[in-house]
Design a protein around this ligand. Structure first.
Ligand SMILES: CCCCCCCC/C=C\CCCCCCCC(=O)SCCNC(=O)CCNC(=O)[C@H](O)C(C)(C)COP(=O)(O)OP(=O)(O)OC[C@H]1O[C@@H](n2cnc3c(N)ncnc32)[C@H](O)[C@@H]1OP(=O)(O)O
Length: 213
């Protein structure tokens, strides 16, 4: 059997899988949701569970069939903002799970030391980045290609640097091209509210991305 040249057989790294920087809380939450992605029936057969883990690459194009090669051709040095730091654990460590039946999405987020804002705590812009990422990904799953039109964030309590938090996103409503999403950021046991967000996404065509129209 002929083997493919190495540039064709390259597999992109999936950043949503555990790495050595993930702390015990991050791992515990990951295992909690990951174990619900596949369940065993009474007859011992495996079947899809209610949650689905979303893979995460450092370029959005890699989601698309053949996108790996496109991503090498179009602005080849461009990288997804949240996935461009190579040092594991230094910035954004996160994984998203989607529950299509309940139209919900959860993200487990461990905030690294490069995300400092107020001393010892996470920068508000880094929190907004994660909220945009989670609600934007959720809106994409629900409605196809979208862009953020409005993010309205209320910051309720600071997030300690290095901690693991939960982002929970839910569909509020869909009206034509508009997808309205809500998102709460809490401690992993849900006892502490860090922020509440309402977001609006507008469906776009590919030409909007390529030509800005
Ligand atoms: C099956 C698994 C698949 C998994 C796939 C996962 C993929 C995920 C992968 C990797 C994760 C990455 C995730 C990152 C996500 C990040 C997303 C971003 O950050 S996007 C960048 C920031 N956003 C911009 O730069 C937009 C800039 N703005 C625009 O381009 C336009 O303004 C746009 C497209 C938002 C709207 O422009 P128009 O010309 O298309 O639409 P008009 O006519 O202005 O508005 C349409 C309707 O919407 C209302 N509208 C527009 N903007 C509004 C606003 N800000 N607030 C309220 N209403 C607004 C208007 O009033 C109008 O409403 P009436 O139809 O009259 O009812």
């Amino acid at each position: 059997m002929q083997t493919l040249p190495s540039f064709l057989s390259f597999k992109p790294r999936d950043f949503s899988l555990p790495n050595s920087s993930w702390g015990s809380e991050m791992m515990r939450m990951y295992d909690h949701y990951n174990s619900q992605c596949e369940v065993e029936t009474e007859g011992g057969e495996k079947q899809e569970g209610k949650w689905r883990r979303l893979p995460s690459y450092n370029r959005l194009l890699k989601y698309a069939t053949g996108g790996l090669y496109l991503s090498k051709m179009i602005q080849s040095n461009a990288r997804l903002f949240t996935r461009h730091i190579r040092d594991p654990g230094a910035a954004f460590e996160y994984v998203l799970f989607v529950n299509s039946e309940e139209q919900k999405c959860v993200c487990i987020f461990q905030a690294g030391h490069l995300l400092e804002g107020p001393p010892g705590h996470v920068h508000g812009g880094a929190i907004a980045t994660m909220i945009d990422t989670v609600t934007g990904t959720h809106a994409t799953v629900l409605s196809g290609p979208v862009m953020t039109a409005n993010l309205n964030i209320n910051y309720r309590s600071p997030i300690p640097l290095g901690s693991t938090v939960l982002l929970e996103s839910s569909l509020d409503k869909k009206e034509g091209r508009k997808t309205f999403i809500r998102c709460r950021v809490t401690s992993t046991d849900g006892s502490k509210l860090h922020s509440e967000t309402s977001a609006l996404f507008l469906s776009i065509t590919v030409s909007h991305l390529l030509l800005g129209v």
